[in-house]
Design a protein around this ligand. Structure first.
Ligand code: MG
Length: 161
């Protein structure tokens, strides 16, 4: 018997002036960056929250309080690595990860391969077990007005039973 647990998560960050839009740990050339306490990598935040969720461990804010100045401009892979370490400590393993990026601008498809490569590296997961999609909101709502980017993530973890 395998104990299978799945979890999903959502995150959104607004744009602000500046350079250094980072998604899935990859720097994307764009006229704006995402606003946040850390590097605001909305994709890694959603993935990390999904991992914590599948372990019943709350969310990023519990483990890395935004009030703590230590995490200002932090590389979000630190958060992801923490969730993966907790997973490994439980003897669980990641079976698959799926991310949907919702962005009107920039269009992200041309960065897809690079983002998948980096996720494979960060997650120690075969690329065939990683889903990464990029979509728009057809110009509707805050994403359609190019005010920010959202990400959805889903993971499946296998726990020893
Ligand atoms: Mg976030």
């Amino acid at each position: 018997m395998v104990d299978i647990r799945t979890a999903s998560a959502f995150d959104v960050h607004a744009f602000e002036e500046g350079e250094g839009l980072i998604l899935c740990g990859v720097t994307i050339p764009f006229a704006k960056k995402l606003k946040g306490h850390s590097d605001a990598d909305v994709a890694l935040h959603a993935l990390t929250d999904a991992l914590y969720g599948a372990m019943g461990l709350g969310d990023i804010g519990v483990h890395f309080p935004p009030q703590d100045d230590k995490w200002r401009n932090a590389d979000s892979s630190i958060f992801l690595r923490d969730a993966l370490k907790k997973m490994n400590d439980k003897g669980a393993r990641l079976n698959h990860a799926d991310v949907t990026l919702i962005s009107q601008a920039p269009r992200l498809n041309q960065w897809r391969d690079e983002m998948v490569d980096n996720l494979a590296l960060l997650l120690s997961l075969g690329k065939e077990r990683i889903g990464l999609k990029a979509t728009t909101t057809e110009q509707l709502g805050f994403i359609g007005r190019k005010e920010g980017i959202a990400a959805l993530a889903q993971v499946t973890l296998l726990f020893p039973s």
